[in-house]
Design a protein around this ligand. Sequence first.
Ligand code: MFK
Length: 547
Amino acid sequence: MGFLQDAPQLSHPYRSDRLLTALLDRVFPSKRRMALDADLDALGDYAQMAFERASRSTRRQPVLTQWDAWGRRVDRIELTAAWQEGPQLTTRHNILASGHEDHEHARLGEFARVYVYHLASEFYTCPLAMTDGAATALKASGNKSLMDRALPHFLSRDTHNFWLSGQWMTENTGGSDVSHTETTAKQDADGQWRLYGRKWFSSAVVGEAALALARPEGASQGAGALALFYVETTDAGERKPQLIIDRLKDKLGTRELPTAEIHLDGLPAWPMGELAHGVRQVAPMLNTTRTWNAVCAVASMARAINLARDYARRRRAFGSALIEQPLHAQTLADMQAEFEGAFALAFEVAHLLGRVEQNAATLQETASLRLLTPLAKLWTGKMAVSLCSEALECFGGAGYIEDTGLPQLLRDAQVYAIWEGTTNVLSLDSLRALAGNNSFAALRKVIAGWLGESHNAQASFAVHAALDATATHLDAQKVDRHALEAGARGIATTLARCAAGALMARQAAWSSSRGDERPAAALRRFLGHGLLRLSDISGEDTRLLLE
Ligand code: MFK
């Protein structure tokens, strides 16, 4: 046989990840590190096994069987191997429960596990994110009886006791705008609430519980009148007959995830709190799942770069390995620098979430978390798509061939910018956050603190200059809501880049003092790409361009 290409090999997703290990070395308490390391080592081993397994097997997808041979409605979903292994990995390696431990590094430990596990899980992390979000929203609701009922399952370390929760918001009337929600909640004579309606995207249909938005019977129109309900989907291990699975979605990516269209025909439900303002009640869930989204987007980038770099060492063309060729090396280094920024921001949000939840954060950190969460979600979601696309190109034609497994990276990455709020919805959410709680001033202070720890004049100058320009831009636009909204993406992306640059500077200072100059090189490259992404909006041009 003639010349054959070497397939890329996946290096250990924990032990070979210098960003994650350096971050944990810098901030994670050593007394908790041994337990975390054991889980990360095991999840990394699993990820390598799953990578190897995927390269040897035909891709599987979930299958829905709605009727049995004798005409009974069964709505049975067969899951892929990784999905079947999900509950055991989750409980054994403390993936969800660790985030709810009683210390300020709990979320950091949780999200480190999520990051290493995510791709091997085949997006089993999606229902895990929603379960985590449901646990967080339940805690915020203060509804003791529902907390006592659900949290021991959601945060269980015992596979047999573990439950997944869904997040049922989206209807065929729309996903971003929930104000036209048609699902209604009616109360029986005995006081039991029941849900009737259709949910158009249900990502955890194999779960045992869900949080659902519904309009109580007789309530007014609009989003403010929606209530948030807790439901359970099974009874003694059987799916309740009032939950009907209409079909599984045929999606561009995340194909192992059984996303379903469902309808509810009197499913018993319990209000989480007051019978209105359900969006406000579900917000802690959204902010949690958006953090998952950011960390998982970064995990996809890590995988894409890991494989592209490995391949660049193996693949020879024009007389040398790709990695020795200036333009290819330049491309990989540019990707690495942007990825390091995304990693820094996503993990800072994860860490801050834990600090805020444990009352270990300053007021300014608390106010900036509200803003940093949508920034991290929207920026990493978009970057995952462009970076995975670039990574595929690094393989030439092989990157376009299905059974290399590479196209799946790109198809899956596209979801990060869509679910849990599109880039535009999240940009507008950033404006919502900027409008309240003095969060821009708070963010500036927090960023100044990170830069202070870096003692890096170049980074400080660049970040402060970009923040000054953003402040001027915001001042100029605040009188014109139309212009402000039109430029929201540019504002959000600039703020995300400023935060990331400052975080990279802090990490680079720590690493340089230990002899590792790579984070400093990534910072220089990242700053070289520029921080400002503000757009000079001409509403008139926009109108002309759309005619
Ligand atoms: C592998 C990674 C996995 C990640 C998980 C993937 C799961 C995928 C499943 C899904 O995608 S489920 C569908 C997710 N759907 C969305 O994310 C909806 C996107 N749309 C929005 O986010 C809209 O902005 C929103 C629905 C929230 C708009 O609703 P409203 O009611 O028109 O907004 P409004 O009136 O501005 O806000 C209502 C209240 O909520 C306000 O508080 P008050 O009542 O006290 O004034 C807001 O401040 C508050 N709020 C809204 N968003 C918030 C928030 N509070 C905190 N954080 C937020 N993010």
